[in-house]
Write a protein that binds this ligand. Structure first.
Ligand code: RFL
Ligand code: PHB
Length: 393
């Protein structure tokens, strides 16, 4: 098989890149290790920045996100038992975020890919990358007992944190930065109406909690748990009791509980691989960087990367120039590090860090008090939460 761009991974980065390239007439093949249903079963992000919505529009897949997504103009911060609203819209010059699940984004992208008749190989085993340091890269995989090979101009490594793309780069060519946090998020998805119209980020004595949603009838809640906690030890009832204990009296009263549709624990991590380009291999999304979910930045950063990457490929084929491809890594990493900073800061502010003791807690309370009462501080939060702008090449 021959294509212009071989894309490894059918997560949101790989599928969005494929669609953006297709719109520009650039041929691409997506190779995914899992089945499509498995990919759709992963419950992850819920908050889309305007930049991400704009990219979905450019890819021609924003109709349902626009019709069914919930525009949010603010978030609430709960600390010392009281809630304070951050007016994202007012403080960011009229911007908003859209609550629309990653599952739905992925489903829309998969359907568009099928409708366009583009090739996606699901269930590809032992995917391997070859000769991306030369002029004729290849991707090999096994399926149905046979080995297959794709010849291509470029490879896009969109295969997430555990993928093969980053792992294929020689150790001396890549620099890894990592910070692991001493806790995880236990998340529950349930068909119950959300406790509030807006997201509530809670800093409490018992640890962080987040009240989020997927629709007016489907809620997504998280509580901070120690890293060694196991999901099997959490009955639905135990989860709801713990969440309730972390809410303010009004939210506690309003909380509607029900059977969980999904329950899982995600560890929190900050991670960046530099650079994001190795010859004819380009990393994008979680393959290159991870943020703790507190700032809702992971999927949005992935979208930003493929926004830059699609533009760079388009210019390469239109202008026969490598100038934009040469700037890809630098432009992405500038935006990535700002989102890393924001996600680390918001995580540090909202969680209980047992090792930091009472002093750490007092500093958090002072910062939260400052944050909600200083227009300068809340403007900075709003500006980052709604998403920083993308630059042009
Ligand atoms: P993905 O989604 O991990 O997709 C990578 C795909 O590559 C496949 N793959 C391979 N394919 C072929 N060969 C191999 N060797 C392969 N190895 C892996 C995988 O099967 C998979 O299908 O990466 P991508 O596309 O870069 O997308 C990144 C996002 O998924 C991620 O950043 C977000 O989910 C992070 N995130 C959030 N981001 C937001 O912007 N807003 C949020 O509100 C938000 N909340 C979250 C989150 C992540 C969470 N978890 C579970 C980590 C909440 C949580 C709890
Ligand atoms: C979610 O709805 O899953 C979600 C929302 C906001 C975050 C993280 C996750 O910061």
């Amino acid at each position: 098989m021959r294509t212009q761009i071989a894309i490894i991974g059918a997560g949101p980065s790989g599928l969005l890149l494929g669609q953006l390239l297709h719109q520009a007439g650039i041929d691409n093949v997506v190779v995914e290790r899992q089945t499509g249903d498995y990919v759709l079963g992963r419950i992850r992000a819920g908050v889309l920045e305007q930049v991400t919505m704009d990219l979905l529009a450019r890819a021609g897949v924003d109709a349902r996100a626009k019709a069914e997504g919930l525009p949010h103009h603010g978030i609430e911060l709960l600390f010392q038992g009281a809630r304070h609203r951050i007016d994202l819209h007012g403080l960011s010059g009229g911007k908003q975020v859209t609550v629309y699940g990653q599952t739905e984004v992925t489903r829309d992208l998969m359907e568009a890919r099928t409708a366009a008749g583009l090739t996606t190989v699901y269930g590809a085993a032992n995917v391997s990358l070859h000769d991306f340091d030369g002029s004729a890269p290849r991707v090999r995989y096994e399926k149905d007992g046979a080995t297959h090979e794709i010849e291509c101009d470029f490879i896009a490594g969109c295969d997430g944190y555990h993928g093969v793309s980053r792992a294929s780069v020689p150790a001396q060519a890549i620099h890894l930065h990592e910070k692991v946090y001493p806790f995880g998020w236990l998340g529950v998805l349930a068909d119950v109406p959300p406790v509030s119209d807006e997201l509530i980020y809670c800093n409490t004595q018992r640890g962080f909690a987040l009240c989020s949603m997927r629709s007016h009838t489907r809620s997504r809640y998280y509580v901070q748990v120690p890293l060694e906690e196991r999901v099997e030890n959490w009955s639905d009832e135990a989860f709801w009791n713990e969440l309730r204990a972390r809410l303010d009296p009004e939210a506690r009263e309003r909380l509607v509980t029900g059977p969980s549709l999904e329950k899982s624990i995600a560890p929190l991590r900050s991670f960046v691989a530099e650079p994001m380009r190795f010859g004819r291999l380009f990393l994008a999304g979680d393959a290159a960087h991870i943020v703790p979910p507190t700032g809702a930045k992971g999927l949005n950063l992935a979208a930003g990367d493929v926004g830059y990457l699609s533009e760079a490929f388009i210019r390469h084929y239109a202008e026969r120039s490598t100038a934009a491809l040469d700037r890809y890594s630098e432009l992405c990493l500038r935006r990535v590090w700002k989102a890393e900073r924001f996600s680390w800061w918001f995580t540090s502010l909202m969680h209980r860090f047992p090792a930091e003791g009472e002093f750490g807690q007092k500093i958090q309370e002072a910062e939260l008090d400052y944050l909600v009462h200083s227009k300068a501080a809340s403007t900075s939060l709003a500006e980052n939460y709604v998403g920083l702008p993308m630059e042009s090449f």
